[in-house]
Ligand binder design. Structure first.
Ligand code: NDP
Ligand code: GDR
Length: 372
């Protein structure tokens, strides 16, 4: 039985990858951080009681900032594959916490690679690094492919640039099977609530049911190449099954604006929106409502406004990936379009909002998560 170790197992990708690897028959080990409240919601459904025989899903306390902890876990598990998905992954937050972001995202990657080498596992253990389209930043070529030069635009992207190159370096210097997946934005109903797609689907679902008054957004002109996380974790595994390690761009090859994503999510709730004004004065007004998913709204309601607080000190305006290499060499094609993914996310968030609304109607305390 193959063994995998996933850092960031409690995150969006980690949870889908763990499901995927369990289905493939792997023993899956994950590193979770100690937190003052539960942080394993995304993997609770695959948790196995460690007291039963043959449990194939195991969690270890750890942190990418802790060298001895990472070394000990690697020594205990001796994994065939390591997926380094753990990161301070929010671009805007990285401007607030640049040093911590560098420690986790850059040095954390080095710590793992060095632990593999120190333990003499470099011939056994294959290594996947969660690299990012944010490396392209101020884009030098459209669309972006494996050979496009990098120009990172945030402390997050700069930290990930170090992680990218140290992964290449350990491959070249020590013969480690190590690869970078340069993944463009990918989303799902499990996406963190403060990333733009989930903020929109969750926010509009809450507004439709009267749980929130308005959605405050940053730069809605921004263009992204959005795929579905389930498609992208499949590719992470495929990259570690080749004869030789290589880096791949993973993207859909289609881009949309944040404004378009807002219109889609509204449409999935039966709401037609009109955008009026420009810059920080831009608003989105409800012009028409169809169906019964948005009982709290009426035509004329303003449900989206711009708040400059969400602008970034340096923005990545446009990203569009070219996944030709992944298609030709690995036969990978994304199965879910951004439009269908938006529908799936709206459905999940509307369902959750209906539950909250029902609780509220009956005078029950709202779950803390709605306050976020
Ligand atoms: P999430 O933010 O959903 O998950 C991040 C994971 O990292 C969580 O499990 C988090 O733990 C963990 N983590 C954070 N800090 C530490 C730390 N100090 N030590 C150990 N673990 C830590 O990210 P995604 O699942 O969306 O992304 C996975 C990876 O892929 C990340 O590295 C991200 O930067 C990268 N990436 C993501 C893309 C995307 O569009 N989703 C695109 C390209 C790259 P906790 O749950 O406790 O917070
Ligand atoms: P990104 O994702 O920065 O691309 O990083 P995010 O969803 O945060 O932003 C995408 C674009 O939307 C604009 N935007 C807003 N973003 C947020 N979060 N909140 C807002 O209110 C808002 N309004 C407009 C942003 O300015 C940006 O242009 C994600 C993360 O998953 C990274 O870890 C990963 O590496 C990259 O995708 C690829």
């Amino acid at each position: 039985m193959k063994k995998a170790l996933i850092t960031g197992i409690t995150g969006q990708d980690g949870s889908y990858l763990a499901e995927f690897l369990l289905q493939k028959g792997y023993e899956v080990h994950g590193i979770k951080r100690r937190a003052s409240s539960f942080n394993t919601q995304r993997v609770d459904h695959i948790y196995e009681d460690p007291h039963v025989d043959n449990a194939r899903f195991k969690l270890h306390y750890g942190d990418l900032t802790d060298t001895s902890n990472l070394t000990r876990i690697l020594q205990d598990v001796e994994p065939d594959e390591v997926y380094n998905l753990g990161a301070q992954s929010h671009v805007a937050v990285s401007f607030e916490a640049p040093e911590y972001t560098a420690d986790v995202d850059a040095t954390g990657t080095l710590r793992l690679l060095e632990a593999i080498r120190f333990l003499g596992l470099e011939k056994k253990t294959r290594f996947y690094q969660a690299s990012t389209s944010e490396l392209y930043g101020k884009v030098q070529e459209i669309p972006q492919r494996e050979t496009t030069p990098f120009h990172p635009r945030s402390p997050y992207a700069v930290a990930k640039l170090y992680a990218y190159w140290i992964t290449v370096n350990y491959r070249e210097a020590y013969g480690l099977y190590a690869c970078n997946g340069i993944l463009f934005n990918h989303e799902s109903p499990r996406r963190g609530e403060t990333f733009v797609t989930r903020k929109i689907t969750r926010g509009l679902a809450n507004i439709a049911l009267g749980l929130e008054p308005c959605l405050y957004m940053g730069n809605i002109d921004s263009l992204r190449d959005w795929g579905h996380a389930k498609d992208y974790v499949r590719m992470q595994w495929m990259m570690l099954q080749q004869d030789a390690p290589e880096d791949f761009v993973i993207a859909t090859g289609v881009q949309y604006s944040v404004r378009e994503f807002i219109s889609w999510a509204a449409a999935d709730l039966g709401i037609t929106l009109e955008f009026k004004g420009t810059g920080v004065d831009e608003i989105a007004v409800v012009t028409h409502i169809q169906g019964d998913l948005a009982p709290a709204l009426k035509p004329g309601d303003v449900i989206v406004r711009i708040d400059p607080r969400y602008f970034r000190p340096a923005e990545v305006e446009t990203l569009l990936g070219d996944p030709t290499k992944a298609k030709e060499k690995l036969g990978w094609v994304p199965e879910v379009t951004a439009r269908d993914m938006c529908r799936e996310m709206v459905e999940a968030d509307h369902k959750a909002a209906r539950r909250y609304a029902l609780l509220k109607e009956h005078g029950l305390d709202l779950p803390v998560s709605l306050e976020g």
